[in-house]
Design a binder for this molecule. Structure first.
Ligand code: UDP
Length: 234
């Protein structure tokens, strides 16, 4: 097996599927099945989900919301998505446990590194919600932090594009895709992999990031088998 323990970051936006808002049950089910397939190979899987399909603090602030309250609303959105994924995992027979960085038992269990690792070792998918638990951060930073804490071998960032490009491939068709790139180049070239805080945290702690398109079914399994389906940042 290529990796023993992974942290998978899913964006809230991709949970929307083709809808403009909320959760697309087909996309959710596709994620659950891919995660189940990966878990069956013995890979330990931690997950962090965003909340952008429901609420983002920054866009809330632009509409006059208090930024901290807006970010708290965003963190609650990640809990909603995490519960949805946990429920979808149940439906495909994959045990999972939702942890929350902000205590709200019994909606989820209070997050601790050791409880999360205990779940992973038992073959349970650990879904770690609320990002970092603090405002002014993103779930990319939350997932970098959790990947480092749970001692994952790699952080997988599932996106809508199949890796890191020299420019936005949706805007510039001649942009080239990198198979691998350094953290330094990502930051220096201002490539939109993750926010700088998240990338810097991974860099300082030698956490490799693998960027790939999670919306293509089968990509997660291919990646775990060692096929080149994305870009490695290290
Ligand atoms: N958020 C936060 N602290 C965190 C993680 C997230 O305050 O550690 C809030 C923030 O308002 C953010 C929202 O939750 O906009 C949803 O997360 P994110 O934008 O990262 O979701 P994604 O873009 O991955 O869907």
């Amino acid at each position: 097996m290529r990796y023993n323990r992974i942290l998978l970051k899913l964006s809230g936006e991709s949970l929307m599927g083709n809808q403009g808002y909320g959760i697309d049950p087909c996309r959710l089910n596709s994620y659950a099945e891919q995660i189940r397939e990966a878990a069956l190979t013995g890979t330990q899987i931690g997950i962090v989900i965003g909340g952008g399909n429901i609420f983002r603090g920054l866009s809330g602030a632009a509409k006059g919301f208090d930024r901290v309250k807006g970010d708290q609303m965003g963190m609650m959105a990640t809990v909603i998505n995490s519960l949805a994924l946990s429920s979808a995992l149940d439906a495909v027979g994959q045990p999972s446990k939702v942890f929350t960085a902000i205590p709200m038992f019994p909606i989820g269990y209070p997050y601790s590194k050791w409880e999360a690792i205990k779940a992973l070792k038992e073959g349970t998918v650990a879904i770690m919600s609320c990002g970092t638990g603090s405002p002014y951060f993103t779930t990319d930073t939350g997932s970098a932090l959790r990947a480092i804490e749970i001692e994952a071998d790699v952080m997988l960032k599932g996106t809508r594009v199949d890796g890191v490009y020299s420019a936005d491939p949706e805007k510039y068709p001649d942009a080239v895709k990198y198979d691998s790139i350094s953290y330094e180049d990502v930051i220096a070239k201002n490539l939109k992999v993750m926010d700088i805080t998240a990338t810097a945290l991974c860099m300082e702690n030698n956490m490799p990031i693998y960027v790939f398109n999670m919306d293509i079914e089968g990509n997660l399994a291919k990646m775990l088998k060692g096929e080149n389906v994305g870009t490695l940042v290290s």
